[in-house]
Design a binder for this molecule. Structure first.
Ligand code: GLY
Length: 439
């Protein structure tokens, strides 16, 4: 099978790595890919935001399956364009991708589905937004309605902070079109959880529950980033697996069907586990980054077959192969048998100094000579320069460790990271350091 993976980050490296392990030995291409991906795939310079260019590449290389990593090409309708050409695509069309590209639309879907989500108000007008701000309880969450690479969301503990973010969106228009409409929503408290729902529109399965560490600083201090590390599986109280499945996943998928929104790909539900039960904070129309780096190593099935059957509407066939019950497999988590629950994975992100603000690129990277079966490096923002590998992004590399328990996986990830060097390397030391409260 000829497979094209669209994207160039850590998520796409993790996807390619998992596809390369398939018994079907696919021929893999990446557009544009990165130096880590090039170990398993052929990188190509095709622009992921040019639907015509990607379609032409698919014709030239007789691509059977396209897996679209980032949200921008999905929101841009790449999946629809390729499907019209007869290519099987893992990733929703523009209608489904609106769940990430338009937060107000996502709220409407949640409301119709009867799924709990924080109470909100939406605004396009600056004066109305500021008038409403004067009445809200603090902290308050201000979000650009469109996709803004994780930077459009601000959790504000003062009115001044909230006003600043509102003005950034509506007045200064720093997020362009994405910030011309905002929502202000109640701030909830509790641990967060990332749930990746793979669906072909009829059948679905849930991958291992994972947790991202979004803030730049330890103890969750400082601004939000794309994610500084993650771990999986997240242990949940026994009744919560079924609660998430029946109260959130099933109603949302049913609502998409009711609205005739076809969805073949992964729907990422960002949840807050509040004292009153799980609530949906956001949807993404793609795999999480860095969650994918820890969820995929726990997947026991053939990942290429999962993607192929999802893209071609045959996911039910793939799921038939999954054991329904075994020791340690949580009841009520659809497709749980596809995940191994007695292994754990941790990824720690090595970022450039200054990230998520401004940072410099082009710093020489020194990597360990070899990896091991329980630990490996994922490339996110690297580039092959004339003198060797250099930094080329805010999040540069992810050190993945796996083990029989979370401390063993953590140890492996941090030992690996210790062997990575570049000027200005920044990382959090508290990834997957679970306290008494289970966070
Ligand atoms: N890790 C958060 C995201 O993928 O959006």
């Amino acid at each position: 099978m000829n497979v094209l993976v669209v994207g160039s980050g850590g998520r796409e490296h993790a996807l390619v790595r998992q596809l390369a392990a398939s018994a079907q030995a696919p021929r893999i291409f990446a557009c544009p890919g990165n130096p880590g991906i090039s170990r398993h795939a052929v990188n190509t310079e095709v622009d992921p935001l040019s639907n015509d260019a990607v379609a032409a590449f698919c014709r030239e290389q007789e691509i059977d399956l396209v897996i679209i990593g980032p949200e921008a090409p999905l929101i841009n309708g790449l999946a629809d364009h390729l499907r019209r050409d007869g290519v099987a695509v893992f990733g929703p069309g523009a209608m489904g991708a609106r769940l990430e590209g338009d937060k107000e639309f996502a709220k409407e879907v949640l409301a119709s589905a009867g799924v709990p989500t924080p109470h909100y108000h939406a605004f396009s007008n600056l004066e109305s937004a500021l008038k409403h701000l004067a009445t809200v309880e603090l902290p308050v969450v201000v979000k650009a309605c469109g996709a803004a690479q994780g930077k459009g969301v601000a959790v504000c503990s003062t009115r001044e902070e909230a006003e600043k973010h509102i003005r950034l969106c509506l007045q200064d228009q720093v997020f362009g079109q994405s910030g011309l409409r905002i929502i202000m929503e109640d701030c909830l408290f509790g641990p967060e959880l990332s749930v990746l729902i793979v669906t072909d529109g009829q059948d679905y399965c849930l991958l291992a529950p994972s947790r991202d560490h979004k803030r730049i600083g330890e103890q969750d201090k400082g601004p939000n980033t794309g994610g500084m590390g993650a771990y999986a599986p997240v242990p949940l109280p026994a009744d919560l697996y079924a609660q998430i499945d029946t109260r959130i996943v099933l109603p949302v998928l049913a609502e998409l069907r009711r609205r005739d929104i076809p969805y073949r790909g992964v729907l990422y539900a960002g949840l807050m586990l509040t004292e009153g039960g799980p609530q949906v904070l956001e949807f993404n129309c793609r795999f999480g980054d860095p969650e994918t780096q820890v969820v995929l190593p726990l997947y026991q099935g053939d990942f290429l077959d999962l993607c192929w059957t999802t893209a071609t509407g045959q996911l039910g066939r793939h799921l038939q192969g999954a054991p329904r019950s075994a020791a340690g497999v949580p009841a009520g988590w659809t497709g749980a048998g596809l995940t191994t629950w007695d292994r754990h994975a941790v990824v720690v992100v090595a970022a450039s100094d200054g990230y998520p603000g401004t940072y410099t690129r082009g710093k020489a990277i020194d990597l360990p000579a070899e990896e091991a079966p329980d630990r490996w490096l994922i490339h996110a923002g690297t580039r092959q320069g004339p003198q060797g590998l250099v930094t080329d992004g805010g999040r540069v590399l992810g050190a993945v460790g796996t083990g029989r328990d979370l401390p063993a996986a953590r140890k492996a990830a941090y030992e690996l990271l210790d062997q990575v060097h570049f000027e200005g390397l920044t990382f959090r030391r508290d990834i997957a350091a679970i306290g008494k409260e289970g966070r």
